[in-house]
Design a protein around this ligand. Structure first.
Ligand code: NDP
Length: 328
């Protein structure tokens, strides 16, 4: 028997989450059984822990869109007992049972071996949010971003994606301008390497001008909505924005003018269906380019029983940095 955080739905459609003991026979089909060590809390987890989102189809459900741990048994030649692995995406924790459990059974295709230099705890301190921040930086680099061309903007900076993006970019030698709606996080963001703090209110105000002064050499955007629309008009000529999130809204009330007159690029970033080779590359880059002392400063520790509250907090934008869930 082992512990898992199980979400159940009653006859009236109301969901409730509680830590329960279950047997291995209840785990879904899959080639690899993993002894989970750590998971984390992402925005999607907030939805899956509560009633919202429409992401979960079947109940009872075990959420947790990512986890890291040790292979316990494997029917797939790529993995053997004792291997250290990490999983993000593939709708695990949504359509499939996820990481809020001491054991998980998944498809071998969904796993990635932990790169040298990263243990299970560090991998989940990074989590889907940090992995996606790395994918964003890689996409910006692939489109010509190099240090020394002016500040790179990070929106939703005190959140998970934003914190990791800030630390990676600063470590790579970029000047980082961090947008936050929480002035009390200024010292934290500067400790991660931000050199400029931009109050959220400055970019939330809409403007009728499709183009403003050319200010940012790149942008990792976790917010979307009006802020993304505004930022597009402030990008330098030929610069790129990595669109990662929708913490501020899914609409994009923009004009095409920044694309046509300034050659601005809007790059979509998806972590869920990312091909295996790029996953490997991203995790290796995380191990190399994210300073571990900075990662340590982002961690808020938690256990399975803290998850229902943390799910509510992340939906309200109240989580700072990265939540690290020790499932044992
Ligand atoms: P967090 O909640 O940790 O961070 C989001 C941050 O956005 C908040 O901390 C806050 O930062 C800011 N924010 C919140 N609400 C608003 C608002 N109304 N207007 C402006 N800013 C706001 O979430 P994550 O970092 O884990 O994820 C960020 C986004 O990225 C989410 O939308 C998530 O769904 C998405 N995502 C997408 C992935 C993909 O594959 N494309 C993968 C992972 C995440 P501050 O307080 O500093 O202002």
């Amino acid at each position: 028997m082992f512990n898992a955080l199980i979400v159940e739905k009653d006859d009236e459609g109301k969901t409730s989450a509680s830590v329960q003991q279950i047997g291995e026979d209840r785990l879904p089909d899959g080639e690899v059984t993993v002894a989970v060590e750590y998971s984390t809390v992402n925005y999607k987890d907030g939805l899956c822990l509560g009633p919202g989102g429409g992401l979960v189809r079947n109940y009872p459900h075990i959420p947790g869109i990512d986890f890291a741990g040790t292979v316990e048994s494997s029917d797939d030649p790529r993995y053997k007992a004792g291997d250290k692995v990490v999983l993000t995406g593939w709708r695990v924790g949504e359509a499939h049972w996820g990481g809020y459990s001491q054991k998980a059974r998944v498809k071998a295709d969904w796993l990635v071996p932990l790169p040298d230099g990263l243990d299970a705890k560090q991998a989940m301190a990074v989590g889907t949010a940090g992995f996606t921040a790395m994918l964003s930086v890689m996409a910006l680099e692939d489109h010509g971003l190099t240090p020394g061309n002016g500040p790179v903007l990070v929106t939703g900076a005190a959140g998970g994606v934003g914190s990791v993006a800030t630390a990676i970019l600063a470590n790579l030698g970029y000047e980082v301008a961090a947008v936050t709606g929480r002035p009390e996080t200024e010292d934290y963001l500067k400790s991660l390497g931000a050199t400029q703090i931009v109050p959220r209110a400055e970019l939330n105000e809409t403007t009728k001008r499709p183009l403003e002064g050319e200010t940012w050499s790149g942008c990792v955007d976790a917010v979307g909505g009006e802020m993304l629309a505004r930022v597009l008009g402030q990008m330098k000529y030929g610069a790129s924005v990595a669109a990662v999130g929708l913490a501020g809204g899914a609409k994009l009330p923009a004009t095409v003018i920044p694309f046509l007159l300034r050659g601005v690029n809007l790059l979509g970033i998806d972590s869920v269906m990312q091909p295996y080779d790029n996953r490997l590359r991203a995790w290796e880059r995380v191990a190399k380019d994210l300073p571990m002392d900075k990662l340590e400063a982002m961690i808020q520790p938690a256990t399975l029983s803290d998850l229902p509250q943390l799910g509510e907090d992340i939906l309200k934008g109240q989580v700072k940095g990265r939540v690290l869930v020790d499932v044992n």
